[in-house]
Design a protein around this ligand. Structure first.
Ligand code: 5GP
Length: 139
């Protein structure tokens, strides 16, 4: 079954589309965390960032790069939080990759991205070295 975002891409359900090109689209979030909260998606349906082919990933980043200042200027934001919930355990509800651009304002009461975790794990230097090696060997 098509995701809700594929239905938006295909014009089956309405959305406030703010940008579109051959491979990507951006539209306002239906339940905004702030005025101007925008979602950027690849038109083709990929569940997670890991599934997006490199050329589409580059297009997606290019669209984010263009939309972030456009959104900030449009709503006179002081900053933006730009984030992906990448997988269900991270809070992803719609299984179609989407980047959130959430406008931020001085004193808006929101937290930084660090607020997603209840605390920092206590890792030894050896553990940190091991994790860094594991990541480096796969990158
Ligand atoms: P997630 O939790 O998957 O990262 O975020 C999904 C986002 O999609 C939510 O912020 C939610 O408000 C938004 N959303 C869900 N359904 C629709 C819809 O039909 N139209 C639009 N424009 N946004 C939607």
């Amino acid at each position: 079954m098509s995701s809700i975002f594929t239905k938006i891409v295909e014009g089956e359900i309405p959305a406030r589309v703010v940008y579109e090109d051959e491979t990507t689209m951006a539209f306002l979030d239906a339940n905004p965390l702030a005025p101007g909260h925008t979602l950027v998606v690849p038109k083709a349906e990929y569940e997670r960032l890991n599934d997006v082919p490199p050329d589409v990933a580059a297009d997606l980043y290019a669209t984010l790069h263009e939309l972030v200042p456009a959104v900030e200027e449009a709503v006179d934001a002081d900053a933006t939080t730009v984030a992906f919930n990448n997988g269900e355990a991270a809070g992803q509800e719609v299984p179609h990759v989407h980047g959130h651009i959430v406008p931020r304002f001085e004193g808006d009461g929101g937290g930084p991205i660090h607020a997603i975790a209840p605390g920092s794990p206590d890792l030894s230097d050896d553990e940190l070295d091991g994790i860094a090696d594991e990541i480096e060997s796969r990158a």
